[in-house]
Design a protein around this ligand. Structure first.
Ligand code: ATP
Ligand code: MG
Length: 499
């Protein structure tokens, strides 16, 4: 157990304007679960991409099983026994699940024919272990984010690796799927496989990790055994100040109804949904993966015009046939799948944030650049977006910082009804608190907020009221969240109790 499998020595990686890694050294023991934590932009993914051969370090050495190695490409990393689950999925949307899992490592039957059946069977076995309900023949583009993440995980596990790197594997999984993944991690560990695990959900670290390495601004702050840490200590090492994750006080008064949904059905999933959101309120929408939360959000945003029933905004029945129409009526939607739906990766931080608010800063023909920049700068600071400048292209930001840009973009618009789909996914602890604060402020200024989240503490801590969904229906409303426990919500979300 104490045998060292991997050692990194003085690894440095610079990008224009950023030192992503600054002489980082750490080592990992065989068969342990080694967590890597740090704020958004701390350098975690960069370090892992170097180990996986996707990036080359500027300086420094890597030792594997005591031998110095140069990992020049991803194929070589795989041959050395290192496999990785990328934070930004690396799947090809137009290929099937099997094709993605075995890409570049196809299994042959009688040459030159591929043995599809065998690959499909293996893929199916892996996906079943993960608790994924995904057909091996489905095209990746037809899958939701949680399922895509499961495919990415299955792909990494299909290689018999000695070291499996997991970069935020649970970001878009629900509790149930996370449980399955943890079972797999335990069985990997039993087989002597080493897991390097990145997550912003700190409670996960305490559940499964043996040791933790902390990165802060590209520097290594040391490796600790989980026994010598608690959440407070860990946060202090990551953020540099002590800090407790608190939620802003709940809303005092709520105003008139801003959104009313009556008997909304939308095939194939949504059935007879009734719900209301008032001004001044944050309403939580909880459900397990596949319960229909995102489908509901998208229907309210005009994505699925074939719904039946009524969507009423400010007393007016709307027929939402497009997102444009939804936006015109003051509805905005911060999507779950931000890379696909939320950002123009080739545009700058400034351009992305400005897109929906540019009209606000239009002075006759011209845009008041200064006012707009100062507004964006304020949001960048509030959310602690780590970027060398407002003009940096978004594709060069870390995963979490990209998410923050999407939020900045919508937080700046002040629509009347904002639907947040997993607003803090992949976001570090410090910025989470800021986001909660901003959401509460938006509500207290008279906007209505509907928040989808898979994190129960967040749903309970931030919402004034909660709806629980199960299999396309709303199965329970909790009119107040003051005394609510996670178990009470789970009972309804899992369908164990019917109204
Ligand atoms: N290709 C690139 N070009 C320029 N800068 C980059 C590039 N990749 C990463 N960076 C920068 O390097 C720093 C470290 O990024 P990295 O993705 O490693 O962070 P992270 O710790 O994984 O963060 P997160 O928790 O948000 O995923 C960030 O400031 C990021 O903007
Ligand atoms: Mg990352």
């Amino acid at each position: 157990m104490d045998q060292e499998i991997l050692k990194v020595e003085n690894v440095t990686k610079k990008f224009p304007g950023v030192v992503a890694l600054d002489r980082v050294s750490f080592s990992v023991r065989r068969g342990e679960v080694h967590a890597l934590v740090g704020e958004n932009g701390a350098g975690k993914s960069t370090l892992m991409k170097i180990l996986a051969g996707a990036l080359q370090p500027d300086e420094g050495l890597i030792y594997l099983k005591g031998k110095e190695v140069a990992i020049q490409n991803t194929q070589q990393a795989r041959d050395l026994g290192i496999s990785i689950i990328y934070q930004e999925f690396n799947l090809l949307p137009d290929l099937s699940v099997v094709q993605n899992i075995f890409l570049g490592r196809e299994k042959f039957g009688r040459y030159p024919f591929l043995n599809y059946q065998r690959m499909a069977q293996e893929a199916r076995d892996l996906l079943t272990q993960l608790g994924a309900e995904v057909s091996p023949y489905a095209l990746v583009r037809e899958l939701g984010v949680a399922q895509q993440q499961q495919v990415e995980i299955a792909k990494a596990l299909s290689v018999n690796a000695d070291v499996v790197i997991m970069d935020e594997p649970t970001a878009s999984l629900g509790e149930h799927e996370v449980g399955k993944l943890f079972q797999i991690i335990s069985s990997l560990k039993e087989r002597g496989v080493t897991v390097i695990y990145i997550s912003h959900r700190l409670e996960e670290i305490f559940k499964i990790a043996d040791s933790v390495t902390v990165l802060k601004d590209g520097k290594c702050m040391g490796t600790y055994s989980v026994q010598e840490l608690d959440e407070m200590k860990l946060v202090k090492l990551m953020v540099g100040r002590s800090f407790s994750e608190t939620f802003p006080p709940r809303g005092k008064e709520r105003g008139e109804v801003i959104l009313e949904v009556k008997e909304l059905s939308c095939p194939p999933l949504l059935k007879e949904i009734n719900l209301k959101v008032h001004r001044g309120e944050i309403v939580g929408l909880f459900g397990l993966v596949g319960a229909g939360r995102t489908e509901l959000a998208k229907t309210l945003f005009g994505v699925y015009p074939h719904y039946r029933g009524n969507i009423v905004i400010n007393g007016k029945v709307l027929h939402l046939t497009s997102c444009r129409k939804a936006i015109l009526h003051g509805i905005s939607y911060v999507p779950e799948d931000r890379k696909e739906e939320g950002l123009c990766l080739d545009l700058s931080v400034r351009e992305n944030s400005a897109l929906p608010i540019i009209d606000k800063f239009k002075k006759t023909l011209f845009v008041d650049d200064q006012a707009m920049d100062s507004m964006i700068q304020r949001l960048v600071e509030a959310l602690r977006i780590k970027t060398p400048s407002l003009r940096q292209r978004v594709k060069f930001l870390s995963g979490g910082n990209q998410q923050k840009v999407v939020l900045a973009k919508w937080l700046a618009t002040e629509p009347r009804l904002i639907i947040f789909d997993e607003p803090t996914r992949g976001i570090d602890v410090g910025a989470k608190a800021e986001i909660y604060q901003i959401m509460r402020e938006l509500a207290s200024r008279g906007n209505g907020i509907l928040m989808i989240s898979s994190e129960l503490p967040e749903v309970i801590g931030l919402s004034d009221r909660i709806y629980v969904m199960h299999q396309g229906k709303i199965v329970r409303e909790f009119p107040s969240t003051e005394q609510l426990t996670e178990e009470e919500i789970m009972v309804y979300a899992t369908g164990l109790s019917k109204v």
